[in-house]
Design a protein around this ligand. Sequence first.
Ligand code: FMN
Length: 176
Amino acid sequence: METKIDVLGISGSPRKGNTEILVKKALDICEADGLKTKIISLSDDIPMDEILDDMCDARAIIIGSPAYFANVPAKLKNLMDKTNILRQQGRKLKNKFGGAIAVGGHRNGGQEYVILAIHNFMLIHEMLVIGDKDTAHFGGIAVAKNLGDVLNDKDGLETTENLAKRIVEILKGVEI
Ligand SMILES: Cc1cc2nc3c(=O)[nH]c(=O)nc-3n(C[C@H](O)[C@H](O)[C@H](O)COP(=O)(O)O)c2cc1C
């Protein structure tokens, strides 16, 4: 089946901040390798139906989220809950690749819990969860408080880039 989007990036932050910067970075890398990408920012009020349609149209989905009390913010949780209809209507996200990016204001601010929440969401949709190439952990993990801080976080940028590289590798066909 022809998909309209290779990689859909969803920034789950209610503001245009560090999460969106990282999701864009990941998509830029995919785009540079010839993949078709699209970004959705939950800071824009996009109708939920449109977001669900885009998720169904994508081969891979990257979800970026800030840590809010070591979890995803309500706006992103709301989207996740709305996607249950896709699961009920025949596992529409099944076998899509999925990756996660988490940004927290503190080094031990719960980014890994946020990643886990996103991965669990993907697994329950029967998606195929992938992590970051070479740095090989859970996806992009960054520390940033104020707007743009993430651009100074070397590890955050590197793990995000490596998540994108892994997605490119998989969508273009890995050698096994
Ligand atoms: C309501 C709220 C809760 C937060 N909780 C956490 C937290 O648990 N751990 C953490 O490291 N940072 C926490 N932060 C800081 C944000 O994760 C951090 O500022 C991040 O950059 C926000 O991403 P954004 O720039 O995309 O909005 C919180 C911020 C807000 C507004």
